[in-house]
Unconditional design. Structure first.
Lengths: 202, 432
């Protein structure tokens, strides 16, 4: 009898313990297999790809097709970047589709970096030619691989405009020919204002 | 290692009191880490009894702070206790800019508040021993029990490899751990007479931050060039050539005619009375000396038998960062050896994350994902331009293998701007 009772107590204890353990293992970021694949990225791109700095782009919420095109361009050296070329190859090793899906699913938080009111106002005026592709509110058009610019880190935006103008970013890409033509007629000094404007959009 | 003495009723009573005090301080959290430190060292027995699964982290630098943060992020049901004698985080990356007067040490100093907000308990104490069998970290006469331990001890110096250094270790500056020594070295450089000689010695590999000494050369040379044009900077490098970013540094140095770089010049002795260092071939006089001694893993790693046959560095599993010498103890950061990675802050951060997620997976009985590290490393070569090296990795058959190393084509302002972005992002990745 005592043995049986002890057995029941033991069984109950195991049940209680199991319940506690199950409860303890709350849903965490590790339940998303993508999380472990992107942990390197946050050193520059911030938590969940939401960079809070001027020069590092926000990659949270990026359209997956656009994300994949960029990583492939970085890895092939078409989009020249000493930082991103090695990491693009690491991403390909870990699984580009899964990582693109992971960042696409993250909620995008607009940059906290803000230009002056004057720069934003001047940028808004200068943005007229950009609206055709990037839209009235800078939301972009994923179907045509045109990224959203609203709330993006301004230092990054200004640098990319310069790279497009100099034709050092994906030089032979026909999809970008029209964009580069627009950039060529904009003076370099205006890039920071354009960037301040798009960074300020929500 | 000392075995744990059985507790008498009296010690149990005093332990309970101090425990209560510990818990009170810890639960108030913010700002009270200091108060906690005052009593933790005198506690006997269990400093903070374990209420659930617990990870203890030794060291809140780039690897340790990251590991503590990511354990809490990945599974908030796991308790984390972080042992760190320093009250604030001071970044080694960017600290060479304090020597040139371009940055203040305050601009590189951050509080640990973000970690306290994640309910990480910070104990401002030094671990004195590790007991792998009972899974305890000893702090004086007290201890902390753990389920898994992360050892992130950084580096310590091999003082006795240079004759005359052990006696002068409090006055000869290394400034290789950012903080008071960095500020003092900057002051010495600023007070040096125009025409004075600054001598920097570079230790043989492996040492913390391979490009660090050469960035320091750029910063001091830039400062002297501008403010003390008659002064000279002599670099005595134990290595055969510039260890990292070689061509880029060599190009950058062309702007500084005040640099006298001498490769294969290992310092073997020091005489502070004549202000002289001795290499195998030469005697070199200095006005200001910055002697970076040879290095090994932080003291606790050596004391706890985590280092290999070389008695210097810790070998680890490339996937979990578990020590090859002791189970359930993980080592991250500069203290490790055997991976094809530099001893950099970025790598320590990457190791901290991978170790944390491996630990969480293991504690939850889940498979450990493969998480190769990455290395992004910027060096400032003037007041406004920087260079960078980037390494990416994969894991093959359980071993970390480099995929690619890429350097910036030249020094530039835009690389320096990205260095700023990196600095802020990665500090947040460790401390927010």
């Amino acid at each position: 009898v005592i043995l049986v009772r002890a057995g029941v107590v033991l069984a109950l204890a195991v049940l209680v313990l199991a319940a506690v353990t199950n409860e303890a293992r709350a849903a965490g970021p590790l339940d998303n297999a993508g999380f472990a694949k992107v942990i390197t990225c946050s050193a520059c791109h911030g938590q969940s790809g939401n960079s809070r700095t001027d020069m590092m782009p926000i990659i949270a919420g990026l359209d997956p097709a656009y994300f994949k095109k960029q990583i492939e361009s970085y890895a092939a050296g078409r989009r020249a970047s000493p930082e991103m070329e090695p990491y693009a190859k690491e991403i390909q090793f870990l699984g580009l589709d899964q990582i693109a899906a992971y960042f696409a699913a993250q909620k995008r938080e607009p940059t906290p970096v803000r230009g002056t009111g004057d720069a934003i106002a001047k940028g808004k005026v200068a943005a007229a030619p950009c609206i055709i592709c990037h839209g009235e509110n800078g939301t972009g058009d994923p179907a045509r691989l045109i990224p959203g610019l609203a709330g993006q880190a301004p230092g990054y935006l200004a640098q990319q405009m310069l790279l497009f103008k100099q034709d050092t970013r994906e030089p032979d890409d026909q999809l970008l020919a029209a964009k580069k033509a627009v950039m060529r007629v904009i003076p370099d000094s205006q890039f920071a204002e354009l960037a301040a404007y798009y960074a300020s959009l929500r | 290692m000392a075995s744990h003495a059985p507790m008498t009723p009296r010690t149990r009573e005093s332990t309970t009191m101090t425990r209560r005090r510990f818990l009170r301080s810890a639960s108030v959290g913010l700002g009270l880490a200091g108060g906690l430190a005052a009593c933790a060292g005198t506690i006997k027995g269990d400093i903070a009894p374990k209420s659930g699964r617990r990870v203890v982290v030794i060291g809140a630098g780039w690897g340790g702070a990251t590991a503590a943060r990511y354990v809490r992020m990945a599974d908030p049901s796991i308790e984390v206790v972080l042992l760190e004698p320093n009250r604030q985080f001071v970044s080694c990356p960017f600290s060479n800019l304090v020597l040139s007067g371009l940055r203040t040490i305050d601009s590189l100093t951050r509080p640990y508040d973000g970690l306290l907000r994640r309910d990480i308990r910070i104990v401002n104490e030094t671990a004195t021993a590790i007991e792998p069998d009972t899974k305890r970290v000893r702090i004086g006469e007290g201890y902390l029990a753990y389920d898994r331990l992360v050892v992130a001890p950084g580096i310590d110096f091999l003082w006795d490899q240079i004759e005359g250094l052990p006696a002068a270790r409090d006055t000869v500056l290394h400034a290789w751990k950012a903080g008071a020594q960095t500020v003092e070295l900057a002051r010495q450089i600023q007070s040096m007479a125009d025409g004075g000689v600054f001598v920097l010695t570079v230790p043989p590999v492996a040492y913390r931050c391979p490009p660090g000494p050469y960035e320091r050369v750029c910063q001091v040379a830039w400062y002297l060039n501008k403010n003390k044009p008659k002064s000279k900077l002599i670099v005595l490098d134990a290595n055969q050539n510039v260890v990292s970013k070689t061509a880029l540094f060599r190009t950058a140095w062309q702007a500084y005619p005040n640099i006298d770089y001498r490769a294969s010049n290992k310092v073997i002795a020091l005489d502070t009375s004549t202000k002289e260092v001795r290499t195998e071939f030469d005697r070199v006089k200095y006005d200001v000396l910055n002697l970076i001694p040879p290095q090994r893993a932080g003291a606790i790693a050596v004391q706890a038998d985590l280092v290999g046959a070389d008695k210097r560095w810790c070998e680890v599993d490339h996937v979990t960062y578990e020590s090859v010498k002791h189970k359930e103890i993980h080592v991250v950061g500069d203290a490790t050896i055997g991976l094809p990675v530099p001893k950099s802050g970025n790598v320590a951060n990457a190791m901290g994350k991978a170790a944390a997620l491996a630990i969480v997976s293991l504690l939850n009985g889940q498979p450990v994902p493969l998480m190769p590290p990455g290395n992004t490393c910027y060096s400032w070569v003037s007041d406004r331009e920087a260079i960078a090296v980037v390494n990416s990795y994969k894991i093959e058959n359980g071993k970390v293998v480099q995929i690619e190393q890429k350097l910036t084509p030249a020094q530039s302002v835009s690389v320096a701007q990205r260095a700023e972005g990196w600095r802020l992002s990665i500090w947040a990745d460790m401390l927010s």
